[in-house]
Design a protein around this ligand. Structure first.
Ligand SMILES: Nc1ncnc2c1ncn2[C@@H]1O[C@H](COP(=O)(O)OP(=O)(O)OP(=O)(O)O)[C@@H](O)[C@H]1O
Ligand SMILES: [Mg+2]
Length: 251
């Protein structure tokens, strides 16, 4: 489903070179809810940009849903982002003049055709994310958590096999965050989607069945958490923080 092999990326700022990714290897075979966790500056967002074709690696191979992302032209990348994957950001990026329903339908409108299937799908998704009674509201009349759930529904319009989320709850309070993490886990399970979430919070990662811990541009280790697939069970935030510390001190 997703694989990275020896992915490298550096940035040059003046005469300083930052090696943001120093040989990332990562494999995800099955649908589910996965986390990429690590300190600020460890390369999480850079890795997500490689996976979602927002940027290209200097070297290495990135395969997502059978597409060779590392080799895409800008034109192929645009189509890939619009139709093959879903992307959710910390900022919800909704259109303020459109209703929740229209925001979910936006990728279809941008592609020039909103088929009856996509209209039905947009209603189904608002239901899945608990927003059926909010469909006519504009973003300003929605809470932050509701806005992010609209953004998640929008990311799912074309039924992508893979969804990427970079700190999706960075602007939300604890209870709204918990709802969003629970929804992402449910989406992964019920829609058979591979959801990859970047986070620095052990609490967020506790919802995920596998946690890739990044340190200084590489994957320092992996924490398996299969029991998190159920509503209760799996490692709690404290256990994840402890294991992360062990991995980081060993790497
Ligand atoms: N466009 C860029 N130009 C220069 N340096 C960059 C660029 N993007 C990222 N970097 C550098 O690469 C390193 C990794 O950055 P990245 O944004 O991937 O970290 P992160 O793990 O997402 O951090 P955070 O948790 O703060 O979001 C950092 O040292 C950062 O300053
Ligand atoms: Mg980041």
């Amino acid at each position: 489903m997703i694989s990275c092999a020896n992915v490298r990326k550096s940035f040059t700022l003046g005469d300083r070179v930052v090696n943001a990714l120093r040989g990332v290897d990562l494999r995800i075979e099955d649908p589910g809810f996965y986390a990429i966790m690590g300190r600020s500056g460890s390369g999480k967002s850079t890795l997500l940009h490689m996976l979602s074709a927002m940027d290209r690696p200097d070297s290495g191979e990135v395969i997502v849903a059978e597409h060779s992302v590392h080799a895409m032209s800008e034109r192929e990348a645009t189509r890939f982002r619009r139709q093959e994957i879903g992307v959710v950001f910390q900022a919800f990026n909704l259109i303020p003049t459109m209703s929740a329903l229209e925001n979910v339908q936006l990728p279809g409108l941008l592609s020039g055709s909103l088929s009856p299937e996509l209209v039905a799908r947009s209603h189904e998704l608002l239901g899945l994310l608990g927003l059926s009674d909010r469909s006519e509201h504009r973003p300003e009349a929605l809470s932050g958590g509701e806005q992010q759930r609209v953004a998640i529904a929008r990311a799912l319009l074309y039924s992508p096999k893979v969804v990427f989320a970079d700190e999706p709850t960075g602007n939300l309070d604890t209870s709204a965050s918990e709802l969003v993490w629970g929804m992402l886990r449910r989406v992964a399970r019920e829609e058979q989607v591979t959801v990859v979430m970047v986070t620095h919070e052990p609490e967020a990662a506790s919802y995920c069945e596998r946690i890739f811990v990044m340190n200084d541009g590489v994957i320092a280790g992996v924490i398996e958490n299969p029991d998190s697939r159920t509503e209760q069970g799996g490692l709690d935030a404290g256990a994840i923080a402890t294991r992360t510390q062990h991995l980081l001190s060993a790497s």
